[in-house]
Design a protein around this ligand. Structure first.
Ligand code: SF4
Ligand code: SF4
Length: 471
């Protein structure tokens, strides 16, 4: 039996049998707050448990000790890593999902691990591919500051781990620092997706002081291509300044590029340039014809072009001494990685740096549980007006945070349950890669108006791309 099979089998044995699940369910009991207190106790922090929690803690301690072994850690190491509030929150999110839903392929967490919050539709640029149809006017129904802080409280109560502020341009809202700072105090992992043009050196420090751990700046190619795409001359220079200012402020910086026919040939040069500047991650975003992107649908990549660019990026990722990590939001990236001998398998495009650390050496074993599209099972989106959506590229309202509790929508939405079932997907359902990939559900929806439809960007099954082009 390979090490990979051994780990999968141990995890299944450890958590997958009805007795362990029953025990975890009893210990978790729908309360992330109480569960967190028990994890604090395990981490040897100063915490008072009530009588019922003390009893449950004895069970949890045994479960965690066995779990530590499965992951090749000593008890001491696990206790020490659980001193980080973020790791406690992540463990609680995952174990809560197992308690509630059992071991599933792919796994569903108790609450979204990550929420991408389109904080505003306001933006200072006019990008051709903008999924949010952002503009220079603020929507009147945006959540206000008080409501935004209540949303943060609700995320904490539900057991969300990470919040990514996006937009529009989140920095266009003056209360961004106040709300991000509030979320940081409530111990979330905070990141921001920005066009970078508004980040001078002072702003970079303000972002850092607010507690933002990761800044993702979007660039759509080299200078001429980028400015053309963004609809504003000089945008490229400003974004590069923004990147440098963030790096100088000591922030972790990544660059996101939506790949289309217009910029695909510039990707290698762009990645090398960013590596030299000190950017830590490059993320190739899948183009999805939604919002203003519908008008440029002809710029979408052919499946073979997608394969080529993903292979180039993976080749870069596994180059010895490479100083930049190269990822893609295309779920097919894991298909490329699995077919490369020896390299790490890309389990999910939501795997952040700290998650990668936690999963070191085990990602291959866990890929079928956490791999591929995370919409509706690890992650969801929140619109500026509080609408809850499965993914920021999938404009299907499944609730509104002003009226519905996030945890109820997450547990009960029929749309989310459709997304969580890879066996019933058209095309992907019969594919051997369905658990590590599953296609981009937003692309299936954009092209076929069907969240369980095929992803026409797939290079394993080409018939769906041909179908679009022949229709
Ligand atoms: S058919 Fe679906 S699961 Fe299989 S590789 Fe293509 S997109 Fe991925
Ligand atoms: S639908 Fe899935 S793969 Fe596509 S962008 Fe959203 S989360 Fe990513």
């Amino acid at each position: 039996m390979s090490e990979v099979d051994a780990v999968v089998n141990t995890v299944k044995l450890w958590l997958g049998n009805p007795i362990s699940r029953g025990l975890i369910r009893y210990v978790y009991n729908g309360s992330p707050q109480s569960f967190n207190k028990m994890l604090e106790k395990y981490a040897e922090l100063d915490v008072n448990l009530n009588v019922s929690e003390k009893f449950k803690y004895m069970i949890l301690e045994k479960i965690l000790n066995i779990g530590a072994k499965s992951f090749g850690k000593t008890e001491k190491e696990l206790r020490s890593s659980l001193r980080s509030p973020l790791i406690r929150r992540a463990i609680s999110n995952i174990l809560g999902g197992i308690a509630e839903y059992g071991i599933r392929k792919p796994q569903t967490t108790i609450a979204p691990f990550l929420v991408v919050w389109n904080y505003t539709r306001l933006c200072n640029l006019k990008c051709k591919h903008c999924y949010e149809n952002a503009s220079s006017k603020r929507d009147e129904d945006e959540l206000n500051t008080i409501e935004a802080k209540k949303v943060v409280d609700e995320f904490a109560e539900a057991g969300v781990v990470a919040i990514a502020f996006s937009g529009g341009e989140p920095l266009m809202r003056k209360d961004f620092y106040e709300v991000a700072g509030y979320a940081y105090k409530r111990e979330f992992y905070i990141s921001i997706a920005t066009n970078g043009t508004l980040i001078d050196s002072e702003t970079a420090l303000k972002i850092k002081d607010a507690g933002v751990q990761y800044v993702e700046i979007s660039l759509d190619g080299l200078e001429e291509t980028h400015d053309n795409f963004r609809g504003v001359k000089g945008a490229f220079k400003k974004s590069i300044e923004g990147i440098k200012n963030c790096i100088n402020a000591g922030l972790d910086v990544g660059v996101a590029t939506t790949i289309t026919k217009q910029n695909i040939n510039e990707v290698p040069k762009l990645v090398d340039m960013l590596e030299d500047i000190g950017v830590k991650r490059f993320i190739a975003f899948n183009f999805i014809p939604v919002g203003r992107g519908k008008d440029i649908v002809k710029m979408d990549l052919e499946p073979e072009e997608r394969r080529k660019v993903l292979e180039e990026l993976y080749g870069k990722l596994i180059t010895p001494n490479c100083r930049i990590q190269t990822y893609s939001t295309a779920p097919q990236y894991s298909v490329v990685s699995v077919n490369f001998e020896g390299g790490p398998l890309i389990a999910t495009h939501f795997t952040n740096k700290s998650a990668m650390e936690m999963l070191k050496g085990k990602a291959k074993a866990l890929a079928e549980f956490i791999g591929g599209c995370g919409a509706g099972r690890l992650y969801c989106g929140l619109e500026p007006n509080g609408d809850i959506i499965p993914c920021v590229f999938m404009p299907i309202k499944i609730g509104n945070i002003r009226m519905n509790r996030l945890i109820d929508v997450w547990r009960d939405s029929p749309i989310l349950w459709k997304l969580r079932n890879r066996d019933e997907l058209e095309g992907c359902g019969e594919c051997k890669y369905k658990y590590i990939c599953g296609g981009c559900r937003a692309r299936a929806y954009a092209y076929f108006n069907n969240i369980q439809g095929p992803d026409p960007g797939c290079f394993v099954k080409l018939e769906y791309w041909q179908k679009i082009n022949n229709s």
